[in-house]
Design a protein around this ligand. Structure first.
Ligand SMILES: C[S@@+](CC[C@H](N)C(=O)[O-])C[C@H]1O[C@@H](n2cnc3c(N)ncnc32)[C@H](O)[C@@H]1O
Length: 252
């Protein structure tokens, strides 16, 4: 049976609502496959299609440089597909003010800046100032003026409360997964009505939908998914790009 997003040790949510069930790790619903061979073929095609979609957008030298710096320090950057989705969302919102948790070496920040208005400002927070120095170089190499980004070193939960209520079009969360529920609460305060919150990595490499015992960070991600899906304040979608991009618009 497919795995569900369920409360640990409690009754699974929405037992009677099969449309809310998430696929097995094979990535394919039992209802669509008449036999094992067909399922394997479709699953392989789907995985190839996902890989194609994720690599669909070509990256320039500045982004490749940022990825190399991230790789050297063992840091996970957003995939090209996730970056392209963020760029699209920022452009669709005509975003002027974006907040980012988890600067890294600047891969996601570059995509966000590419989608924002030419006078837009990215406020980006990271506990590691050296990483922010790499990001500063990445943004410069990508052609952005210095005043397009505001780098704030520090822990997100210390910094976010100092940012303006309702002052942001988009909040992108890619910091500490254990803090994702706090990031959601802060994002709802930071976003203007109609603004968008996005969480990177909610699949946790497939562990979110794996019924085996999981660490606290995965349990938090499940809680985040349930909360965002159930919130009357939010219009959610879960985009299957990269390692899963959970997005939700704050209703007006
Ligand atoms: C996955 S990396 C971000 C990658 C970046 N978004 C990109 O695509 O280029 C996560 C970053 O979050 C930072 N981080 C971890 N915990 C944090 C916290 N509590 N507050 C702020 N930043 C944090 C880490 O230092 C790391 O640089």
């Amino acid at each position: 049976m497919p795995t569900e997003l369920h409360h640990e040790g409690a009754t699974p949510l929405h037992n009677a609502r099969s449309h809310l069930r998430v696929p097995r790790r094979s990535g394919y619903s039992h209802r669509c496959a008449a036999n094992g061979d067909k399922e394997r073929v479709i699953t392989a095609n789907r995985q190839t299609s996902w890989a194609f979609a994720d690599a669909f957008v070509a990256e320039d030298e500045a982004l490749r440089w940022a990825r190399d710096r991230a790789r050297e320090t063992g840091l996970r950057s957003v995939s090209p597909g996730t970056g392209a989705a963020l760029r699209l969302l920022a452009a669709t919102l005509d975003a002027k003010a974006v907040a980012e948790i988890g600067t890294g070496t600047g891969v996601s920040g570059t995509y966000l800046l590419l989608g924002m208005r030419p006078d837009g400002v990215l406020t980006t927070v990271d506990t590691e100032p050296e990483r922010q120095q790499f990001a500063r170089q990445t943004f410069r190499a990508a052609g952005f003026a210095g005043n397009r980004a505001r780098f704030i070193p520090g822990r997100a939960l210390d910094v976010l409360p100092r940012l303006a209520d309702g002052g942001y079009d988009l909040v992108f969360c890619d910091g500490d997964r254990l803090e994702c529920m706090d990031y959601l609460a802060e994002s709802l305060r930071l976003l203007r009505p109609g603004g968008l919150v996005c969480f990177e990595g909610v699949f946790a490499d497939g562990r979110t939908v794996d019924s085996a015992a999981q660490p606290a960070e995965v349990l938090r991600l499940r809680e985040l998914l349930r909360t965002v899906r159930e919130s009357p304040e939010l219009l959610p979608t879960l985009l299957p790009v990269g390692d899963g991009l959970l997005c939700a618009v704050r209703r007006g």
